[in-house]
Design a protein around this ligand. Structure first.
Ligand code: 13P
Length: 359
């Protein structure tokens, strides 16, 4: 039996029209993003950037939990206060990414399996002792010629389920993230078919490993056409395909679904999330679970570009961060409108329900 605290945390992560902020980029992913923005790839630069994020005023109005990385959960503000304390004091629940990355899957060219189960029980205990209340594990599934293979889907689903069971044993809420990637020229229908199969397999494995569904959060991709697919469906079509797929395969006992953004623009991610709420929760909800967000790039990207490693731009970057958090908060109430983006946005002035999915 899992404890009441796990159930409470799972509920709190998706309550009150809030979502998660993923700031758990591994050092190599963070460095890649820094390099692209001309920022030095040092531990101090990564620390300063994460300090900028966690000290953004008003974040807790839209953000229920923040996902940290092993380096970040040990870091502190310049004044010595730990990031975990800064977040907790602000009313944001700290979480931790615990997988150690997707590695090539033997015998399956072009496919990956996520690793990190060895020693996980001890690491979870340590993170829980440091104040983490939930954890995240990301599996990646590529769509391509003959992909994904059954072997890849099952291997990743088994790892996700074993990780989730260990989390609940340690008193942490597992955020289960099977990501079907956007890369490729596949259609939305193909993404739906693969997403449905992956989620069915993941829930089969969660049952086998005796994971309590009430004490977990699912973090899936939206159902989208591949980035290189010539037909890009509208926001409403994406919203319908995504929610219908989830209704078919995600048990109602799961308290919440928090989408990853997967490389979508911030505006599109907000518009699509908004359309799901408008179309399935009005005038009354037709959904058994809360639908929220757990975005990294779709919240952070403008802020990182503005900051650029220069503390003189910190306040402006924080303004950009809170803006995206606020837009996603509005989307959870079905109140996001592209007009909220101001004139600088590519989508400004276009009603959210009619913005074509530009990928
Ligand atoms: P994106 O929103 O940038 O896809 O990141 C979410 C995440 O946590 C990836 O593991």
């Amino acid at each position: 039996m899992i404890g009441q605290r796990v159930l409470d945390t799972a509920g709190a992560l998706v309550a009150g029209g809030k979502g998660l902020l993923a700031m758990d980029e591994s050092n190599s992913t963070c460095n890649k993003r820094f390099a692209a923005a001309g920022i030095p790839q040092t531990e101090e630069a990564r620390r300063a950037y994460r300090e900028l994020i966690v000290t953004t005023r008003g974040l807790a109005e839209f953000i229920s939990g923040a996902i940290l990385y092993d380096e970040t959960i040990r870091q502190r503000k310049r004044d010595g206060t730990s990031f975990v304390k800064v977040l907790t004091d602000a009313g944001i629940i700290p979480g931790i990414k615990v997988d150690i990355g997707a590695k090539d899957l033997a015998g399956h060219p072009g496919e990956k399996v996520t690793e990190g189960l060895d020693g996980l029980r001890g690491r979870l205990e340590e993170y829980a002792g440091m104040g983490a209340r939930f954890a995240k594990w990301r599996a990646v599934i590529a769509i391509g010629d003959g992909l994904p293979s059954r072997g890849c889907v099952v291997a990743n689903a088994q790892a996700l389920a074993r990780y989730a069971a260990l989390c609940q044993e340690a008193g942490l809420v597992p955020v289960v993230e099977p990501e079907v990637l956007m890369a490729g020229d596949h259609t939305l229908e193909r993404c739906r078919e693969v997403t449905e199969d992956v989620l069915r397999t993941v829930f089969d494995q969660l049952y086998l490993q005796r994971v309590t569904l009430e004490g977990m959060i699912l973090k899936p991709n939206m159902v989208l056409p591949g980035l290189a697919c010539p037909r890009q469906e509208t926001v409403d079509e994406v919203a319908d395909a995504t929610v219908r797929c989830l209704l078919r395969v995600v048990p109602g006992a799961v308290p919440g679904i928090a989408f990853l953004s997967g490389g979508q623009s911030g505006e599109l991610a907000s518009a699509r999330l908004n359309a799901m709420h408008v179309r399935f929760e009005w005038p009354e909800t037709r959904l058994p679970w809360a639908l929220a967000f757990s975005f990294a790039r779709a919240i952070q990207r403008p802020a990182l570009g503005i900051w650029g490693g220069d503390e003189a731009h910190r306040i402006e970057a924080q303004r950009a961060l809170i803006h995206r958090a606020k837009c996603n908060g509005a989307a959870l109430r079905g109140e996001y409108d592209a007009a909220l983006e101001g004139t600088s946005s590519a989508t400004a002035g276009t009603p959210s329900s009619t913005i074509a999915a530009a990928g």
